[in-house]
Unconditional design. Structure first.
Lengths: 310, 403
């Protein structure tokens, strides 16, 4: 255990925690936006898988990781349109249609991977960008200022998303639609279009989250995300529908996962016990849900479809 | 949720008004009222499957496979021979059990996504029992391990149920987290405490007691006793939901929790009960997956999804397709079990990975829930065109069961 508590190992673990937090954060921010408008998208896991595969396959074929990011964004947006069609236009039950999207993403990416690639071939990924001056700082430089561009993007999006939700007209509409769609509708805000917009943006974020994961591990496999999308949804509850709350949760989960990985590498925990520690984030989520559920209210119209006619 | 609950085939079996002296026009409209919603209840899910298969055909074309050959291979793989049919039935069993459980939970207004975890915990507790009392005679041990499976899954369902009822925790999230916890626990046990002793450390238990093997049914196929168990559970689920006082309470709570509370029903207890029963059904499926398998052990190879065959999710598909009715879940499970066995043949014949079936299942879910609105519109249209403007009972079987 003592070798874990050296400053170099701790810095490396925390830095890896920040990297592992990135997919959670990106997916969580997108999901928060959607839920603020009253739409629960349980399909995040499936969209992440599709985004991850799109990024992986594009990078493999073209050698350009950035092109992969672009395709992941497009794939995420496309899945968002599909989900919007099902839940906003057809008023489908959100929880269950999300599971449908998840199953589709799980099967579809596995199908494409087995057919188009077959064996896991490593890709280049995005090279780390060291911020001049700052990255030279001792420990802090390694911890905060030498990451992949997507890591910086994810954390910069936190204040941006907060500003959008709290300080812009669009954000006001989103919140109104999520709390009292009837009132918003009376005031001339289109509930349907607002929700379509949040779903598509949120789903694009989920696609990007998948890309950040695939470009970080530089490989694809069946069920690459292994529950990260679902945890990202739980993080929205954890963060009480606030962007910074989601960020705190994502960091916590990233660091817990990184610690478990580091312990495994250092041989502090054995294979069996390591399997047991993979449960830690899930148990933590349940505990947090118990604490959070009573205290803070979800958007009032969450999971409630809006029908003008009724 | 209430909209979702009411659009089910069971609701269209309303009593026929006495039509002894009715005119021909009235009678035809009565028939139409009775038949068309029923047809809509059947046609819409079937159309959803056809739509999913059509999208699947496009996917096959893109992957440069002939869809007709592909689907032909699936059909012969699923139902081409008695052996194929038996394999389909074996794949249908866990779907049926999970599906019955899902019907109970969804009807009570509780969305159980935790089938995977409940299957795993059922399998683990059944395995532990078989390891503890291996010498027990078969007539006793088989029912005991199945029961242990039900209890294990039931407890795993009751936990999120209690969290929802008494702490207000969203059950969709908690059941998903319980899946991850169960998968971690299984992986731990199979790498550590329950691993087969020997030189090669594969993640599996030793061969469990032969006395716990589910006997094969006569006929020379691989069909085993689990099939009878699954059918009995489906029947029991039907009686519980539609012919018992508990069922009336569960469905009332699902329909309108506030009114149920006002009527003096124990809403919180109902939520826990529904999830526990739902988990118990999935737990029995877990036990059947262990003791009905050809290896007769709990195997961790391929991760937890390798063991459960994703039945916890696919069972939701079967239940939705069966209109959340335990008895209709039986044919629905055969359909999706057939897709699973057919998928293996598809891979063998056309080199298209069987993962296509998972994608198809996702599409079926999306199309089925997406078309519920359409189904209710269709039912409304039938109501408005019928001559007698009497509104059909929204919950006829509720009345039936109480009288």
């Amino acid at each position: 255990m003592s070798e874990f508590f050296t400053i170099t190992v701790l810095v490396a673990t925390l830095a890896s925690g920040i990297r592992l937090a990135t997919p959670f954060l990106l997916a969580g921010l997108g999901e928060t936006l959607g839920q603020r408008s009253g739409v629960l998208n349980l399909g995040v896991e499936g969209v992440m898988l599709i985004g991850a595969y799109a990024a992986y396959y594009t990078a493999l074929q073209t050698g350009s990781a950035w092109l992969g990011v672009l395709f992941a964004l497009a794939a995420g947006a496309a899945m968002g349109l599909v989900y919007a069609l099902i839940t906003v236009v057809l008023h489908a039950e959100q929880g269950i249609s999300g599971i449908g999207i998840f199953l589709f993403g799980l099967g579809f990416t596995d199908l494409l991977f087995q057919k188009q690639v077959g064996t896991p071939i490593t890709i280049g990924g995005l090279s780390r960008v060291s911020i001049p001056w700052l990255s030279d700082l001792r420990y802090v430089g390694d911890l905060l200022f030498s990451h992949s561009p997507l890591v910086y993007a994810a954390f910069l999006l936190v204040p941006v998303m907060r500003f959008v939700v709290n300080r812009t007209t669009f954000g006001l509409n989103v919140r109104a639609v999520g709390e009292t769609p009837e009132a918003a509708d009376t005031l001339g805000v289109s509930v349907a279009w607002t929700r379509v917009a949040t779903i598509v943006i949120g789903s694009t974020f989920a696609g990007l989250a998948g890309a950040s994961l695939a470009l970080e591990v530089k490989v694809f496999q069946q069920n690459l995300t292994s529950g990260r999308g679902f945890i990202a949804i739980a993080l929205v509850y954890f963060g009480a529908w606030r962007m910074y709350g989601v960020m705190t949760g994502a960091l916590l989960f990233g660091i817990v996962s990184a610690t478990v990985l580091q312990w495994k590498t250092l041989g502090i925990v054995s294979g069996g016990a390591a399997a047991l520690t993979t449960m830690a984030p899930a148990v933590l989520t349940i505990v947090v849900l118990v604490i959070v559920s009573r205290r803070v209210g979800a958007p009032a119209a969450l999971t409630r479809p809006f029908d003008r006619a009724s | 949720m209430s909209k979702f609950m009411s659009e089910t085939p069971a609701n269209s079996t309303g009593d026929l008004p006495a039509s002894a002296g009715a005119s021909t026009a009235q009678r035809s409209s009565t028939i139409r009222r009775l038949v068309v919603p029923r047809l809509a209840g059947l046609v819409v899910p079937l159309a959803a499957v056809l739509a999913a298969l059509a999208v699947g055909a496009v996917m096959l074309l893109v992957l440069k496979a002939n869809p007709i050959e592909g689907y032909g291979a699936m059909l012969s793989g699923a139902a081409g021979s008695w052996d194929a049919l038996a394999d389909t039935a074996n794949k249908a069993m866990p779907l049926m059990l999970v599906g019955v459980g899902i019907s109970i939970a969804f009807r009570a207004g509780v969305i159980n996504i935790g089938g995977e975890g409940q299957i795993i915990m059922g399998a683990i507790s059944a395995t532990l029992v078989a390891l503890a009392i291996p010498g027990t005679p078969r007539v006793l041990l088989v029912p005991v391990v199945l029961l242990a499976g039900g209890i294990g899954g039931g407890i795993w369902g009751a936990i999120p149920g209690a969290l929802k009822a008494y702490a207000g925790v969203n059950e969709i999230l908690s059941t998903i987290m319980m899946n991850i916890v169960a998968a971690g626990l299984m992986s731990f046990l199979l790498q550590d405490l329950l691993i087969e002793e020997g030189a090669i450390r594969i993640q599996q238990t030793k061969r469990l007691s032969e006395n716990a093997d589910l006997p094969l049914l006569p006929g020379g196929t691989r069909l085993h006793l689990g099939f009878i168990v699954a059918l009995l559970v489906a029947l029991a689920g039907y009686y519980l939901l539609f012919r018992s006082a508990i069922g009336v309470r569960l469905r009332a709570v699902g329909h309108n929790p506030d009114a149920s509370r006002y009527a003096g029903m124990a809403v919180k207890r109902s939520v826990v009960q529904a999830l526990a029963l739902s988990g118990a059904c999935a737990g029995v499926a877990g036990a059947i997956l262990v003791f009905g398998s050809e290896s007769h052990r709990l195997i961790g190879e391929g991760g937890s999804a390798g063991f459960t065959q994703s039945a916890g999710f696919n069972g939701i598909v079967a239940a939705l397709f069966g209109g959340l009715h335990p008895l209709y879940t039986v044919p629905a499970s055969f359909l999706f079990g057939g897709l699973l066995t057919g998928g293996i043949e598809l891979q063998r014949e056309t080199q298209v990975p069987a993962a296509l079936v998972i994608a198809l299942n996702g599409l079926v879910v999306v199309f089925v829930v997406g078309s519920l609105k359409l189904r209710s519109r269709l039912a409304q249209w039938v109501d408005s065109t019928s001559m007698d403007a009497q509104t059909p009972q929204s919950e006829p079987d509720l009345v039936e069961a109480t009288s």
